[in-house]
Design a protein around this ligand. Structure first.
Ligand code: GDP
Ligand code: ZN
Length: 370
């Protein structure tokens, strides 16, 4: 049997998992475990040594003792593809498939180890309220975080109904676009239902997370995408469900229009950590200009032959952009200095391929305008 037909049969055997993101590449990665009778499944929740895994036979509870190593970056998390035993008490997760992407939070502890928040995320939706003054610096920060994870960012201007003038909304979109090269910017109103179909289509393949400031409309958007108050409905069921709330809440849900949504409490309050690559991608035009500077280590202050300052003086680069870039760089360097270099290096390796793909897409997009 050829390798491709082997993986095709593995894919088919567990095709019930397709709504959870099961594809032929996951089937390929899982194929070596089939001989042992093990099952693939997507982790929908992890807590205190246990996890809930969606398998082709339904959701099962499994013990994570084998996938809880000392290294916090290697601990099983929501979004992982787990390899679970077919039964047993307890039933164990034996391993998980290599991650495509990962959202990581730097911890504030002295040990400064990262914490995995979500794995295998394809789209990072940055929710921004159209109803309050835009804070481009904050948007840039979320974008840096998204790029660094390996996911493709999408900015969604929410509450579009609060901006009655279409022209005004158009200006807001343009403003966000200047801060977000290579990133689609959509507008939605969960209130009116506007733009939800486009967003649902964008998220229709792959796994998404919702990022953004509190009050940006993430929960409302999640419920609109899910087509029901699933989050609330679950909470209610949990309360009257014999106090089993820790075992019934799902942090990963299949969207009715296709795709998967991950919504974990940890992701909601995520901050900036080692996002060196991400910062570079958010400020791609500045990094490009910097390559033209006479000195490699140009600080873009008063050095001769500085292309960044030249663009600034020519009015081609807004002063705010450069300030924001400097601020994020400083902040990032501070966090980097606190973070274990080895972990960073490992992450870099894993995400290099994705980063390169994102950059290529961005360059292709920019190429269209020049
Ligand atoms: P989260 O903190 O990001 O999850 O934000 P929420 O989803 O809780 O929304 C914050 C507030 O914005 C709530 O009062 C919502 O009712 C309101 N909101 C959310 N979406 C819309 C919308 O499309 N239009 C309007 N006018 N208000 C909205
Ligand atoms: Zn310079």
């Amino acid at each position: 049997m050829s390798a491709s037909s082997a993986s095709f049969s593995t894919f088919t055997a567990f095709s019930a998992l397709a709504p959870y993101g099961w594809d032929e590449d996951w089937a390929d990665a899982f194929a070596p475990y089939t001989a042992e009778g093990l099952l693939p499944g997507r982790v929908v929740r992890v807590d205190r040594g246990q996890c809930d895994v969606v398998t082709a036979d339904g959701t099962v509870r499994a013990d994570t003792a084998f996938v809880t190593p000392h290294d916090p970056m290697r601990v099983l998390c929501t979004g992982d593809w787990a390899v679970v035993e077919p039964g047993g008490t307890p039933r164990y997760v034996r391993a998980y498939l290599p991650r495509r992407t990962a959202f990581v939070r730097s911890t504030s502890s002295k040990r400064s180890e990262g914490q995995i928040l979500a794995a295998n995320v394809d789209h990072a939706v940055v929710a921004v309220s159209a109803g309050v003054e835009l804070d481009l610096g904050r948007i840039e920060r979320f974008l840096a975080l998204a790029w660094e994870s390996g996911a493709q960012p999408v900015v969604v201007l929410t509450k579009a109904d609060l901006v009655p003038e279409p022209a005004t909304l158009g200006h807001l979109v343009q403003d966000v676009e200047t801060a977000a090269p290579g990133v689609p910017v959509l507008t939605v109103s969960a209130e009116r239902g506007d733009g939800l179909d486009v967003l649902a289509a964008v998220l229709g393949t792959g796994t998404s997370v919702l990022l953004g400031q509190s009050g940006a409309g993430k929960s409302t958007l999640a419920n609109a995408l899910l087509g029901a108050d699933v989050m609330d409905v679950q909470a209610v069921r949990d309360i009257d469900g014999k106090g089993r709330h820790t075992t019934t809440t799902r942090n990963l849900l299949a969207l009715p229009g296709g795709g998967v949504l991950i919504d974990t409490p940890g992701l909601r309050g995520v901050g900036l950590w080692d996002a060196g690559t991400g910062v570079g991608q958010v400020f791609a035009e500045i990094e490009e200009l910097a390559e033209e500077c006479r000195f490699h280590d140009c600080g873009h202050e008063s050095e001769p032959g500085c292309a960044v300052r030249a663009a600034l003086e020519a009015g081609e680069l807004p002063e705010r952009r450069l300030e924001s870039y400097r601020k994020l760089q400083r902040e990032n360097q501070y966090i980097v200095a606190k973070t274990d270099a080895r972990l960073r290096q490992e992450l870099r390796k894993e995400w290099k391929r994705r980063g390169a793909a994102g950059k290529a897409a961005m360059e292709a997009k920019r190429g269209r305008y020049s």
